[in-house]
Design a protein around this ligand. Sequence first.
Ligand code: DSN
Length: 415
Amino acid sequence: MTISSQDPAVAASLERELTREKDGLEMIPSENFVSEAVLEALGSVTTNKYAEGYPGKRYYGGCQFVDEIETLAIERAKLLFGAEHVNVQPLSGAPANLAAYSAVLKPGDTVLGMDLSHGGHLTHGHPVTFMAGIYTFIRYKTATDGSLDYDNLRAMALEHKPKLILVGYSAYSREIDYAKVKAIADEVGALTMADIAHIAGLIAGGEMINPVPLFDLVTTTTHKTLRGPRGGMIMCKAALAKAVDKAVFPGLQGGPHMNVIAAKAIAFGEALKPEFKEYARQIKLNAKVLEEELKKTGFRIMFGHTENHLLLIDVTGKGVTGKEAQLALDAAGITVNKNAIPDDPRGPMDPSGIRLGTPALTTRGMKEAEMRQIAVWIDRAITAHADPAALAAIHAEVTELARRFPIYQELNYQK
Ligand code: DSN
């Protein structure tokens, strides 16, 4: 029985989504295209299995084979990042962060985390989150040159005496000096945590600094640049292993999603291969070319420049808001997301910027020449944002390019 014969309504929507992914340019920096093997594992029989606990210490029978799978995922992740301990059960990035906090903090403890509009994440202490009601988050910002303001971070750490200093961001395009942050944390007796969700693939590929050997806790998602299934993971020093495992289960979660853990094991296996290093290198090269070309057409790149896979761009100089730019690019077949810029005077539903990145395009095999062409289309689409015919014309060109870099050729939800 296929989806199309059992449930044509869902099959039709799946097919439309498949066509959207194939025929457009996916430039949301947190998205990617997983391998067929990762997709297959997500739809495997391990979705049927309950396995509360950890390999060799489960609360359910019949776990011998899912134990093998989870052990493989853990061992591969350890190798990939040089981690002393890994928990692969977090369901995604936000639960991983909450589990990491609850492993080492008591309610009311103070955490230093990055302001959302400067590239931080909601789960790094934004007042709308549940964790902001439990812990006291003090939020720092970037310096005017776009680097982390380490002097200010140190001053804030000395003033607030945090229990935890948190780095690692969702819309920030620069490298982080983890050794500097660790020295500040040591000076005030704080623990260190990095959320590497966006850049895990670049770290695994050797293209960005790896905080795992230095920091107490490192959380990540396994999708995004790491190109695995949608899920989370916590890495930590051996001394924190028990606290982290207890925080994930039974502290916050129930049965782990074993199909996702199987897919994580496969993705980590892929990231251990030499070709993944080449992939990570090309992601950065592509982002750099895109930055240079967009600068030439007059866009203002936030944080000065990119040192990773993403660009945060102020589009207001082109006479549009972030929302208008996102809508225009959507109509042209280029998917990005509207995003706040540092200390954005506009609101979150219609901010001043857009965020875009190169991981998914690079997975398709696109290189510098394609980035140059895409930068031209981005400028043309934003300039023509009120002209549906011009946007449709760009869309046709975009689709022609996308089809020259095929993905998922065997997939068909209508058969
Ligand atoms: N939603 C993710 C992103 O797009 O960056 C972060 O959690």
